[in-house]
Design a protein around this ligand. Sequence first.
Ligand code: PRP
Length: 185
Amino acid sequence: MNKADVGIKNVLFSREQLTQRISEMGREITELYASSPNKLLIITLLKGGVVFTSDLIRHIDLECRVEFIKASSYAGTESTGTVNIYLPRELDSLEGYDVLISEDIADTGLTLSELEKKLLERKPESLRTAVLLNKPSRRRSPFNPDMVGFEIPDLFVVGFGLDYCEKYRNLPYIAEMSEEYINKE
Ligand code: PRP
């Protein structure tokens, strides 16, 4: 009972599907910013966004800076509704930067709308958000990502950076969790 996929119900997106879509997103981003006179800054949220972003940046054929920010709002499968975001001092001013937030999932939208608000206060030249997964049916805050890898229904998904109680981030695919394993720790 110590395999990485214990508790997984079914795979929604395979490693191959993810690779294909992320490379398309990288190409779109490259085209979008290719003629911009500004510097490109990609901001990712720890911890979930790391796996997607590390793949995505390798498909962006532009000079860019990458920053990792700590944010956290979930306890088990539910958003606590309180989003804690810690912006480092070196991001006090974003003048001269096109900022692209790269994130694993927009669920209630609370995390990304709070992050966008904080970043806009720092006056970037532009601000966009790319998410691998979008779950629009669960919004508690009006939020629309500029780029979406896949739209998903209201399922609790794990893998490829997404966790349940800190597990499953290392799965190379996105999967639905089996209900019988949720809240049965
Ligand atoms: C998850 C995920 C997003 C956020 C999305 O992070 O990585 O950042 O929730 O949910 P929302 O749209 O409902 O706000 P979490 O707070 O679980 O932290 P983690 O990335 O460290 O797992």
